[in-house]
Design a protein around this ligand. Structure first.
Ligand code: AMP
Ligand code: MG
Length: 342
């Protein structure tokens, strides 16, 4: 192990130490309202390269640049479309990432060679303060090993990154629990590349129109170019094989019980575990998408703790923020879905 990773508190001292490390070109995992981010100075190529290395992240998967003040946006982009101004007024700071044309200030390492750049202003007060004190925009993907469920607590980050980075700042549980919405504003019409904490309805309320990229609910065909490179991989996955199961609570219970065997487990909604004869984890009530988002990644990590080998996961309703939960679980499942209603 290269580093003796320190766990810093999200207080004055912790924030100052994190900002200093970042300004010196080091990597620090920081809390945000979506998930924990693995941050580096976005303007320092070498630091950005180390993000990919320490996560084992594919080189073609670009990073999101985090800012703490709207004045930091202009130098990073070629132009600011009117929709971006309106969306920023309404949803920044918050879980919305917007794609702009990249200015020459942003190293191509950040954008994995694309001529665009993804930018977000987080609302978590500790994240805001760290960015502001570091004095530079921070490139940050989720602070997990590539492929694993995203971290929503400092303990999750330690599980994945201990020894690989100098420091983790503890800012409590991420309130939203899934990554930001990614919205491309560089085309004729706004295009949703990744669903997240800001819903399609909330975007349409501002822009009028919105195209949902096929990759949001579907699998990319062999050889096709991904608009959002990160969405093409199997991702967010525990060690177990996960299969998503559509159907009512009763249908789910009888189906899962009929599959009972060594290593078989269930991931189900709160209150629907009664009657299950296999080990299970729960991730919020069926009708509460926000709670599911808040808990989904922790639930996926707990499946490893109970040593599940094959997991049947009750499929969430893909509405509102539930679309983000569905999108992540589809990828955890490598797009394996069973429909009990058919
Ligand atoms: P993560 O940082 O792990 O939450 O992933 C960031 C997501 O944003 C990935 O799905 C990326 O593919 C996407 N992303 C980042 N920059 C761009 C960009 N310039 N164009 C399209 N998608 C992007
Ligand atoms: Mg990620």
């Amino acid at each position: 192990m290269k580093y003796d990773t320190v766990l810093l508190k999200g207080d004055e001292d912790g924030i100052n130490r994190a900002a200093k490390l970042l300004a010196e070109g080091e990597l620090v995992a920081i809390p945000t309202e979506t998930v924990y981010g693995l941050a580096a100075n976005a303007l320092n190529r070498e630091a950005v390269r180390r993000i990919f290395e320490s996560k084992g992240r594919p080189q073609d998967n670009p990073l999101i640049v985090h800012i703490s003040d709207i004045r930091e946006l202009k130098p990073l982009v070629e132009d600011i479309p009117e929709n971006a101004v309106k969306l920023a007024q309404k949803y920044w700071p918050g879980p919305l990432t917007m794609i702009f044309r990249r200015s020459s200030l942003v190293p191509e390492e950040v954008s994995a060679g694309l001529d665009t750049v993804a930018i977000r202003m987080p609302s978590h007060p500790v994240a805001r303060e760290i960015i502001s004190r570091a004095g530079v925009p921070l490139a940050a993907p989720s602070a997990n090993r590539s492929g694993s469920p995203s971290p929503t607590t400092a303990a999750h980050v330690m599980e994945d990154m201990m020894g690989r980075i100098p420091a983790v700042v503890d800012g409590g549980e991420s309130s939203v629990g899934v990554e930001s919405t990614v919205l491309d504003l560089t085309r004729d019409e706004p295009r949703l590349l990744r669903p997240g904490g800001i819903t399609p309805e909330q975007i349409r309320a501002v822009t009028g129109s919105l195209v949902i990229d096929k990759a949001v609910t579907g699998k990319l065909e062999e050889g096709a170019v991904a608009a959002s490179p990160g969405m093409k991989y199997k991702h967010y996955a525990p060690k177990a094989r996960v299969i998503l199961v559509k159907g009512s609570a009763d249908a789910f219970t009888s189906f899962v019980n009929s599959q009972k065997g060594e290593g078989v487990a269930a991931m189900c909604f709160d209150g629907e575990e009664k009657g299950l004869s296999v080990p299970f984890v729960t991730y919020g009530k069926r009708a509460d998408s926000a709670e599911q988002a808040h808990r989904v990644f922790d639930a996926l990590r707990r499946l490893d703790e109970i040593e599940a080998k094959l997991v049947y996961c009750a499929c969430p309703e893909p509405e509102g923020i539930g679309l983000a939960v569905y999108n992540r679980l589809l990828r955890s499942a490598g797009f394996e879905v069973i429909n009990l209603d058919e």
